[in-house]
Design a protein around this ligand. Structure first.
Ligand SMILES: [Zn+2]
Length: 167
């Protein structure tokens, strides 16, 4: 590793990941889902900018209707944190969470959620609902939307386009 210069480098080993870099990892994770015929959605959980869990959609692989990337990543993160309370955790997910997943984020008292592409058909963090910012619920989750949204959307478009071509 070069010691020349003092230019900040957010890709330096050990440096906390920015939202953008974390989303890059979530996109790589999402692509893994395609290998078993699942819709490419990926999620990484971070504490202090460091990854503690990384999962992708496994609904087809497992036959479990709740096996969305977010739910799986939250469960893994809870094991690492040692509690169901995930107030220190940021979840970075490639697609806007659905009602089930947004509900799980609230139930986990999540610290923050970052998503890529908006989901006008099922999104529950601003598109159809905003479960993360509903004062009637017992917890609100700060949302950052649209990080590398084009890449996340392209992954999905390619997946559904290829499926149509196969049909
Ligand atoms: Zn979901």
């Amino acid at each position: 590793m070069s010691s020349s210069g003092s230019v900040p480098d957010d890709a330096a080993p050990g440096a906390p990941l920015t939202d953008d870099r974390a989303m890059e990892l979530a996109l790589v994770e999402a692509a893994e889902a395609v290998g078993h015929g699942d819709v490419p959605v990926g999620a990484v959980a971070l504490v202090d900018g460091r990854v503690i869990a990384s999962r992708h959609n496994e609904r087809e692989r497992t036959g479990d209707p709740t096996a969305h990337a977010e739910v799986l990543a939250l469960a893994d993160a809870a094991v690492v944190v040692g509690s169901w309370r995930l107030g220190e955790v940021t979840l970075v997910v490639t697609l806007e969470p659905c009602p089930m997943c947004a509900g799980a984020l609230v139930a986990a008292r999540l610290g923050r959620v970052v998503f890529g592409a908006a989901d006008p058909k099922a999104g529950a963090c601003g598109s159809l609902y905003n479960l993360c910012a509903d004062p009637r619920l017992n917890h609100e989750v700060p949302v950052t939307a649209g990080v590398r949204a084009d890449e996340a959307a392209a992954l999905l478009t390619r997946f559904f386009g290829d499926r149509r071509a196969d049909a």
